[in-house]
Design a protein around this ligand. Structure first.
Ligand code: PMP
Length: 422
């Protein structure tokens, strides 16, 4: 039996050998040593029910045996050759994806992360349109690289001192204390004004269908139809970032399906690998034709990641995870709404499927940390996000059971009841 380090030992090593910016949740984070479907275990064997899924990665659960079996078999056979030789899993995965991607989206480029997927999508938009600029939304998060950070609309994640100048931000489509219809009108008005002033410079608009890190911000039902109309009028492409919302998370393979539009380019990563690194961007045929210069990712499309992707798609289908997410998401949402009516600290419940947020007061950052700490003590890992770090995030593995949801809601109810009042 391997000796597990204490959380303090790990924190000390991070302080010595990582850059000084390393971040973690909790004053004393658990040292997680094992995962099993919807459960995590720390260094002393304490069990936690995971309501964060490693930021929407483990949709099919931690160490899912079916996915592990497929990945193990591939690892034994062949790990990697590079994309310039022929291997089978990558083409099988691209074909399987085309069957679940929206509309006639068909061509795919594989890479290794969400950042890379978005960087590729932005590049493709520039190659296709011959234009340089982008529109993005406040509250959006698209990655850590130069371009993807430049289109990220959350101040704390915009750390490059020399961000791209040709990016125009529209207000977020969700605003505290405003109906989603009213907030969407403001966001669309901003997009229209930007398009009218700059359309000859703008290649694409990039948007998350539900902003994850921004705080589960969810637009009104007709938002994307109206947005698409505006973009079409000005010949500007729509890039939808499904890195967080993809693969049954919201009750459909991709969240954008529920908003009635087909994006020109769609990006995804995280949950496709269920913990094995993978990312990709896929495009409509007429746009895909423009990605016509040599480009290769060393590990993009490697047999192991591609096999994981295939096993994930099989698992989602075999276990009807879209339907399951819709059913369990409704139960979780109902429960959170009940807690909202009981605890005035909760202002709003947002999100879709098993991607839900409980919005607290804007200046409740310290309270959010206390809630996370108390929930951890009770054996539940929940997340936090939002522009003001004031949103409790609930995005469990989609294999969670109804009883796990009930027990988590009870623990949250108890936690909120015993919070010290300000
Ligand atoms: N887009 C979205 C919507 C994300 O949530 C994230 C990461 N949280 C990214 C892009 C970047 O993905 P990665 O960390 O895999 O580069």
């Amino acid at each position: 039996q391997e000796r597990h380090m204490s959380p303090d030992e790990i924190i000390a090593l991070k302080a010595n050998y990582f850059y000084p910016n390393t971040m973690h949740f909790y004053k004393k984070p658990p040292h997680i040593v094992k995962g099993k479907m919807q459960y995590l275990y720390d260094q002393v064997g304490k069990q936690y029910t995971d309501f964060f899924a490693g930021v929407t990665v483990l949709n099919c659960g931690h160490s899912n045996p079916d996915i592990l079996k497929a990945v193990h078999a591939q690892l034994e056979l062949l790990q990697h050759t590079s994309i310039i030789y022929l291997t089978q899993p990558m083409v099988e995965l691209a074909k399987a994806l085309s069957e679940v991607l929206p509309g006639d989206i068909k061509s795919t480029f594989f890479c290794n992360s969400g950042t890379e997927a978005n960087e590729g999508a932005l590049l493709l938009a520039r190659m296709h349109t011959g234009k340089k600029g982008f529109i993005a939304f406040e509250g959006g998060l698209h990655g850590r690289s130069h371009l993807t950070m430049s289109v990220t609309g959350i101040p704390m994640w915009r750390i490059d001192p020399f961000l791209e100048p040709d990016v125009y931000f529209a207000r977020c489509f969700t605003q505290v204390g405003m109906t989603s219809e009213a907030a969407c009108e403001l966001a669309l008005k901003d997009v229209e004004e930007i398009l009218e002033a700059h359309s000859t410079e703008i290649a694409a608009l990039i948007v998350e269908p539900i902003q994850g890190n921004g705080g589960m911000n969810t637009p009104a039902g007709d938002f994307f139809i109206k947005l698409e109309k505006l973009l079409k009028k000005h010949d500007v492409l729509l890039i939808v970032d499904e890195v967080q919302t993809g693969f049954a998370r919201t009750g459909s393979y991709f969240a954008i399906e529920q908003f009635g539009v087909v994006p020109d380019i769609i990006t995804y990563a995280k949950a496709l690998g269920n913990g094995i690194p993978i990312g990709a961007f896929s495009a409509k045929p007429e746009v895909a034709l423009s990605f016509n210069k040599p480009s290769a990712s060393t590990l993009g499309g490697n047999p192991v990641s591609a096999t994981a992707g295939l096993a994930v798609l099989d698992y989602i289908k075999a276990h009807n995870l879209c339907k399951r997410t819709t059913l369990l998401g409704a139960i979780l949402k109902d429960g959170l709404e009940t807690l909202k009516s009981k605890h005035s600290l909760i202002k709003e419940i947002r999100g879709m499927g098993l991607m839900l947020g409980a919005v607290l007061d804007i200046d409740s950052g310290a309270t959010v940390d206390l809630i996370l700490e108390e929930m951890k003590k009770r054996g539940f890992i929940i997340g936090k996000n939002g522009l003001y770090r004031n949103v409790l995030a609930f995005q469990p593995p989609l294999v969670i059971e109804e009883i796990d949801i009930k027990l988590m809601l009870d623990a949250l109810d108890e936690t909120l009841s015993f919070l010290p009042t300000a």
